[in-house]
Design a protein around this ligand. Structure first.
Ligand code: XMP
Length: 511
């Protein structure tokens, strides 16, 4: 039987992917599509409910995004969030105006006024998160106010007969304390959906699907050691066993122990067909004397392609290539409204003229779902919870020229950062925590002797999606331990600095 589907129409707000993820956390499959998806396509997809997201625009701006009006006539339950509520209001004959008391931003208290099912069982006052400059002033016909806040009289509205709901606040963010219940009420109580999205089913369906597609043919996968390519490879391996060949290129820019972990996981434990290529010397000699970050990236990307093509050449006919593309990559390249993150080529960047078909078993999954699948198919926690790591590896964290000597220093210092943050139980709270080696040396004193050596910079950030990040408030005691250990244990480093810049204005990586 067909599974339930919720379509999330993307109006460009920063929490959009979060909405689709929350729906899936409630075990209903959701897809994010551009706001201007055609009416015919909506009809064709036959969703059980539609959610209109927030967005950065004011509905009164010329060319402000709007969806096809006929979507509201389909009888499909619709929830409009923030800007989505404004779109609904405007299209159905109500009025949206700039808020009287300027922009409203942050936590506020919501009082449900009626007996709307959306607030069923949630009490008569709750903290919600708002961020808007406009609000609904005149309800569309047939609608009633269902909740207010002190500064926003129409903080929510509904027309239960037509199953149309609008909320000015953001149920998808954690600061809205009953946000998940509100979404659940919309999905289950008003739209009457079933909770039928289950990752265990996804695994068995996807394995069957890959088997059917691949038949007896040969599949190649470039493993990077990252979460996505690892889970994708493991899933394909489950489907086609030894027809899958994985190539792992050690470019000499990996962190301490990383290549060993790949071998022990994939070769020793999972018994996968793994070709391990130690290409570190090749990469290093091409990087000699190169200081410019873009030039370094380019060299690393190109060299990867060369090594990969050489290995591929040795394998004879290959029909499929596995890629660890995940849903946020698909959304980002597919919807014009979704915010664009700097495009990163994963796995060093594969050639564009690749002449085999792609297998992308994770292309419908969010990162947290990919991790759950990794867990279910038995990958190590260390791999599944690995922090994001740039394709060009330590090549971007050794600033200016990359040499074997500098890489060795950075690797040791970085390992201490990882170890101590883990020991303090803070590793899962960090988006990333690592060491950076700047191209300067300074004077220090150790024992009775003067030193002239490199500093390392520690970068630790908390973030939800790398678009913005806060520097992590690591305890002084922890920073102290890290600093002492690095200076004592890593000969060649005599100072430790901590980066206290958030993003923006900084970026997460130094390079
Ligand atoms: P920035 O430094 O732009 O990084 O704040 C945002 C996130 O992207 C990661 N990053 C990369 N990932 N290839 C990748 O696969 C790259 O070239 C690359 N550069 C940055 C970075 O680690 C952070 O998580």
């Amino acid at each position: 039987m067909a599974k339930e589907l919720v379509l999330v129409l993307d109006f460009g707000g920063q929490y959009n992917q979060l909405i689709a993820r929350r729906v899936r956390e409630l075990s209903v499959y959701s897809e994010m599509v551009p706001y201007n998806i055609s009416y015919e396509e909506v009809v064709d997809k036959n969703p059980g409910a539609i959610i209109l997201t927030g967005g950065p625009n004011s509905i009164h701006e010329p060319g402000a995004p709007a969806c096809d009006e006929r979507i509201f006539q389909l009888g499909i339950p619709v929830l409009g969030i923030c800007y989505g509520m404004h779109v609904m209001t405007q299209m159905l004959g109500g009025k949206v105006e700039a808020c009287a008391s300027m922009r409203e931003y942050g936590r506020t208290f919501l009082k449900p006024t009626g007996s709307d099912l959306i607030y069923d069982g949630l009490g008569n006052e709750m903290q919600v998160w708002m961020s808007h400059g406009d609000s609904v002033q005149v309800l569309p016909e047939g609608f009633a106010i269902t909740a207010s806040t002190d500064s926003c009289p129409i903080a929510a509205m509904s027309n239960p007969g037509r199953k149309l709901y609008g909320v000015q606040f953001h149920p998808e963010v954690k600061h809205t304390i009953h946000g998940m219940e509100i979404l659940a009420n919309f999905l289950f109580k008003t739209a009457g959906l079933k909770a039928d999205w289950d990752l265990a089913d996804f695994i068995s369906e996807s394995v069957a699907d890959i088997k059917a597609r691949v038949g007896g043919k040969k599949v190649l996968c470039a493993l990077s050691g990252g979460v996505d390519s690892s889970v994708a490879a493991a899933l394909v391996h489950k489907a086609v066993g030894d027809q899958l060949v994985c190539v792992y290129v050690d470019n000499g820019l990996m962190r301490k122990g990383e290549s060993e972990q790949v071998i022990s996981t994939f070769q020793d434990k999972m018994k996968m067909n793994l070709i391990f290529v130690d290409a570190s010397q090749r990469f290093l000699s091409r990087l000699a004397g190169v200081a410019d970050p873009e030039a370094k990236r380019k060299i690393i990307g190109e060299e990867f392609i060369r090594v990969f093509e050489e290995e591929k050449g040795k394998l004879g006919e290959i029909d499929y290539l596995v890629q660890g593309t995940i849903y946020p990559d698909v959304i980002e390249s597919g919807t014009s409204t979704a915010h664009t993150i700097k495009s990163h080529h994963n796995v060093g960047g594969l050639p564009e003229d690749i002449d085999f078909a792609l297998l992308e078993p994770l292309r419908l999954l969010f990162k947290d779902e990919v991790r759950l699948i990794g867990e279910k198919i038995g990958l190590d926690a260390g791999l599944i919870w690995r922090q994001p790591f740039p394709g060009p590896g330590l090549g971007v964290r050794v600033l200016e020229e990359v040499t074997a000597e500098k890489l060795a220093l950075l690797r040791e210092a970085d390992a201490i950062v990882q170890e101590e943050i883990k020991r303090a139980g803070l590793d899962r709270e960090m988006w990333q925590a690592f060491a950076v080696l700047p191209p300067v040396r300074s004077v220090g004193v150790m024992g009775d002797a003067r030193t002239y050596a490199y500093p390392v910079i520690i970068r630790a950030v908390v973030s939800d999606d790398a678009m913005t990040a806060e520097w992590a408030r690591l305890p002084y005691e922890l920073l102290d331990i890290i600093s002492r250990r690095i200076v004592n244990e890593v000969r060649g480093i005599n100072r430790v600095a901590y980066d206290i810049t958030s993003k923006p204005p900084g970026t997460i990586e130094w390079e």
